[in-house]
Design a protein around this ligand. Structure first.
Ligand code: ZN
Ligand code: ZN
Length: 126
């Protein structure tokens, strides 16, 4: 007897295949290709579980709201392509955050989103 893919396994697989931060709609869309019964409530429940377990973390996109990404990658920035609406992870950090704030401010953290066109969309533009 072949064991059916669990909803949680399907969600994990979506992240392993896509390798970038995902919103609920994208997770649903990709996950349904594996588990048809997947719906918004079950996805939210499983995402919460995966966040609680430290497998996923939430990031806040200025316009798209909450996105989910794999943990354990260290500090990095994000890139939003306005053409395909996908968010990518950028390697490393180039910001001297203390130098970016005026004197007197103690900087503790930052989040950076770059906006533009991703390589595959840029290639399609010719
Ligand atoms: Zn794109
Ligand atoms: Zn940074």
């Amino acid at each position: 007897m072949k064991r059916k893919t669990s909803q949680r396994a399907a969600i994990e697989q979506v992240f392993q295949v896509e390798e970038r931060p995902l919103g609920i709609e994208e997770i649903l869309q990709h996950g349904r290709a594996m588990v048809e019964s997947l719906n918004q409530a079950t996805v939210y429940r499983n995402l919460k579980l995966l966040v609680d377990q430290g497998w996923l973390q939430q990031i806040n996109h200025p316009a798209m709201g909450t996105l989910y990404e794999r943990t354990g990658k260290g500090h990095h920035h994000h890139f939003h392509c306005h053409d395909c609406n996908r968010v990518f992870e950028l390697p490393g950090c180039t910001l001297n955050q203390q130098a970016a704030a005026p004197e007197g401010f103690i900087v503790e953290a930052h989040e950076i989103f770059l906006f533009g066109v991703c390589p595959s969309c840029a290639a399609n533009m010719g």
